[in-house]
Unconditional design. Structure first.
Length: 255
């Protein structure tokens, strides 16, 4: 995991060339994406960029900006239940970078995470949100930049410390996981789960086809005899019981 604090940009620095606040804000975000893509090409590896609490409001805004103003990139958003878990940005078939929400991996307030994992980096600052307006951004420039820089430093420190802890105790890289649930499952399967004696069978497309065929046959019989026919779920899995007598079944079948 690479953590480096880059030079900052401020929207009001573009007042000479751009009149509206919306245009200046768009310019800052546009330049940010170009800088990240340039770094990704220089490093020759896919970068993972974390934002704390990205999944909802901020993530949707970022997705909209990329779709509207960076059409040379191919986007692959991973969304579920109205949450943006990952936003991959590709150049052709090659991934350049991806945005992720650190809150999905380390639930909790950034201030509390920093207090427990990296107290030496200082505390999270604060700004009077009610007083922030386009008209006074210039006068608040230094305080806003200092606030955001400290947030970046704290999040970088939190992620690096968490990565060190999980690697030291479990040999698992947190960057390979998106959520805390997937990270916990990896640790469980590595440390405590006996896959040879208790295999987990994940149904394939062929399994789903057999299950659908069985369901179709059941409905045909119901139509012929006009009587309810009760079938136990175990019948559809009997083909695998001999091969996996102790198997745990994981599926998401929906009729």
């Amino acid at each position: 995991m690479i953590f480096r604090l880059k030079p900052t940009s401020f929207s009001e620095d573009y007042t000479i060339i751009l009149d509206s606040f919306e245009e200046r804000s768009r310019k800052v975000l546009f330049d940010l994406v170009l800088k990240v893509s340039r770094i990704a090409r220089q490093e020759k590896l896919a970068l993972t960029i974390y934002f704390h609490n990205l999944s909802r409001f901020d993530g949707i805004l970022l997705l909209k900006h990329l779709a509207c103003h960076h059409r040379n990139f191919k986007l692959k958003p991973l969304m579920r239940n109205n949450r943006l878990y990952e936003l991959g940005v590709y150049s052709g078939k090659k991934m350049l970078f991806r945005f992720r929400d650190s809150l999905n991996l380390l639930p909790g307030k950034l201030s509390e995470l920093a207090k427990n994992l990296c107290p030496d980096l200082g505390t999270k600052g604060s700004i009077p949100y009610d007083e922030v307006k386009p008209s006074n951004l210039v006068s608040m420039k230094n305080s806003l930049l200092d606030y955001m820089k400290q947030d970046i430093v704290l999040l970088g420190g939190v992620m690096q410390k968490a990565q060190e802890i999980f690697w030291e105790y479990f040999k698992v890289d947190i960057e390979s996981k998106i959520t805390l649930a997937s990270l916990a499952l990896s640790v469980f399967r590595m440390k405590y789960y006996d896959e040879e004696n208790w295999p987990i069978h994940i149904p394939s497309k062929n399994d789903l086809y057999k299950a659908c065929l069985l369901r179709w046959s059941h409905r045909c019989l119901q139509a012929i005899w006009r009587e309810p026919i009760l079938l136990r779920c175990e019948l559809s899995l009997s083909l695998y019981n001999e091969k996996f007598p102790n198997a745990w079944w994981c599926s998401d079948l929906a009729w």
